[in-house]
Structure formats: C-alpha cells, structure tokens
Design a protein around this ligand. Sequence first.
Ligand SMILES: [Zn+2]
Length: 436
Amino acid sequence: MPNTDFLGGRVAAPRTADTGRRVFLSAAALPLVGAMALLIRPSVEDIPASIDLTPLAVSVRPVETTPAPLSVEVKVEPDDTLDRIFRSVGIDNTVLSQLRQLPDARKALDLLRPGDTITLTHVDGALLSLNRRISNTLTLSVERAGDGYAVDYIENPLDVEVGATRAHIDSSLFAAGRRAGLSSETIMVLANEIFGWDIDFALDIRRGDEFTVVYERKFQDGRYVRDGRVLAAEFVNQGRVHRAVWFESADGSVRGYFTPEGQGMRKAFLRAPVDFTRISSGFNPHRLHPISGRVRAHQGVDYAAPTGTAIWAAGDGRIQFAGRKGGYGNAVIIDHGRGITTLYGHMSRFARAMRSGRRVTQGEVIGYVGSTGAATGPHLHYEYRVDGHHKNPAKVALPNVKVPPQFEQEFRVAAETALTQLRVTSRAEGQALASR
Ligand SMILES: [Zn+2]
C-alpha cells in the first residue's frame, strides 16, 4: 500500500536547518568569526527544527507499477480559484468537494491571495498532497490518508543568527544604515526605541558620526527573511559616545534598552518631538551638512520640516492649551507635571480631539507642522520650560528608569556579552578603516 509508506515516513524527516546558512559578518570582521560564534546566544525563537514533509511528498516511492508522483508549484494569480488551478495542473477536481469538507482546511483553501504559492503533488491526476504557505512560519499540509485526506499545519520557525555591523554617516543616518546592511526597520529602532531620548535625530546628526549595531537576522531554509532584535548598539554623535544593550530578565518582568550602567534609555522627554524622517534636509544624501534651519535666537528650538509632518508629544502629560496663540499661530502646550511644560507652535492643524484637559502620551501625534503665526516657512517651534523658565531641552537632565536592584546581577552578565560583541565589532572595523 503506497499510502502506508507515505505516512510512515512522517516521523523520519528532520529538516536540515543548516542548509544555506550564511555568515554575514563583513569581510573585515572575518578573522573574528570564531570569536563571534562563541558569543552567539541561543535565541528564544531558535526552537527545535520542525518537520517539513514537502521533500517526502515528492520522493514517495511508488510500489510496483504506480506512475511516479508529480509535484507542481503554482503561483496564485488574481481571481484564481482552486478549481481553476486544479484544472490547469491536470488534477481531478472532483476531489475539491472532499477537501472543502475538511473542517480545519476549508478557510485556508478558499482564501487564496495572489502571489501565494501552492504545491500540488499528484499521481496521474489523483491528488496526493497539497501544501500552502499560510505565513512565514506556518504551512498548511493536506495529504492523502486512506480513503480521505488528513490536514496538518506545519510550523517552520525562523533560524536566528547574531551579527554585527558598523556604519559611518556621510550623508544621513538612513543611507549609512542601509549601506551597512541594516533594514529600514532596524534603523528606525535605533532612532526611535534606543537613542531617541539622547540624540536629536532631526538636528544633531553630523557627517562623521558613526554607529555599531549587534543584532539578530532571521533566516528560513537558508533565506534571509528579516532583521530581528537589536541586542546592543553604540552611537557616536559629534564625538559623544552613547551605548545601549537590550535586556530581558529571565522572568520577563524587566525588558528594554539600558545603558551599560543599567539606566533605562527611555526617558521622560524625547529629544526631537517631530517625525525626523520627514525632515528631508536631515536625510538627503546629497547634502553634506544635513541640518539647516537651526535657529536658537529665541527661546526655543526650530525644526524646519515639510507642512504636514507629524509632531509628537515630547512626554506624557495633559493638554493645557490647544488653539491660536499670537505669533505662535496654532499652538499646543502640554503640562507634564513637576512644573514642566512644552510648547509646540506654527502648526498647520491639530491632531483630532486635541483640547485642553486631554491626556497625551509620549510620542502621540498632537498636530502637524505648518507656518501659522509669525513663521517665514513651515517649521515646528518647540519650547521646553521648567517653572515658566525656558530651558534648552538638550541641556536638561531627564529622569529615567534603572534596572531594579534584584536584577542587577542578571543584567551585568547579559550586558557584558552584548558589550563584548560591540567592542569586537568596533575594533575590527576600526582596524579595517585604518589600513585602507
Ligand atoms: Zn521658533
């Protein structure tokens, strides 16, 4: 009975997780591959390899005179139906009604998305198996079992590698990050989730700034899928060194980015309360001096940005004022408690429901850049005041959160691993640059 063979093979097909694994350290870091390998920690997602039956389905060895099974991969076109696909492949489509009665498979079979791939294996038009990828990590598998079909969902977890890269900024953070092989998402994590409280990415990035990132990359069957978590990063901004490590306590109660000393990177106030990715001057690769429009003649900071650029609440607080305010034009004032207020002027419009008394959280969009009031061009005018006195937000010490004492030991161990990776990468790249 061919079916017995076919199903009997189920248990014995370990997936070769190592196929096509790539080492992606840059050439300059190659001598250090050995050292890096020692530092690579198993990731939570690196769970044991699952079983992929696709190769089996293709290699079913027919008993006696049965014709060889044929495996066809079909790409779903717009408006395709399974019925049409079966006919095009030459599979007897009377089996469809049988498949649709399988309670676990019906939905996954009926909702085809253009671009999906479906692998069909048949013998002489009789369907043996159907595999359809549901997501990056899940595949629907329908296989003949006796007189009917059995449905299975096969998990195909991602393999995680840890690598490191270093980038020099010639024109923009974005260009440098992309050149160093980082995904856009990872670059945004650096700016928004790690260093956004210490570095003003709209105004303070300079040519010659550099950064090092130790991060995860995810692969599936040897193919790069996406970047994973940033584990450690260093940013040298105008000569000042900022370092951060990711820490998650074993019990999961503490997680986030911290300085090597255990201070939280997240702080009460963002350095730049504006979507700096829209500030073209800061991210235009043709401009070597990315920052224009820095005016500190008055008591605030100006961010030149296109009309409509989102303005973020710098910190948690309550709207004290939202409306027209003389030369400020459309302005919002947020009361953050402890005598601290922030003001945002020249807005083209307010975000919905921005009225006094409303609570806002850090990073929430409160309005959009414009040139209302006494403004020569579209920009955000931002003021930070303590007890009514203007302060330069870049000079104000901001409160943050420390790793709780009971986790200090655990943190030190984790941080040391990450920091060693950072050091190894910085040094290797530094030497490579020096020898160029
Ligand atoms: Zn101003």
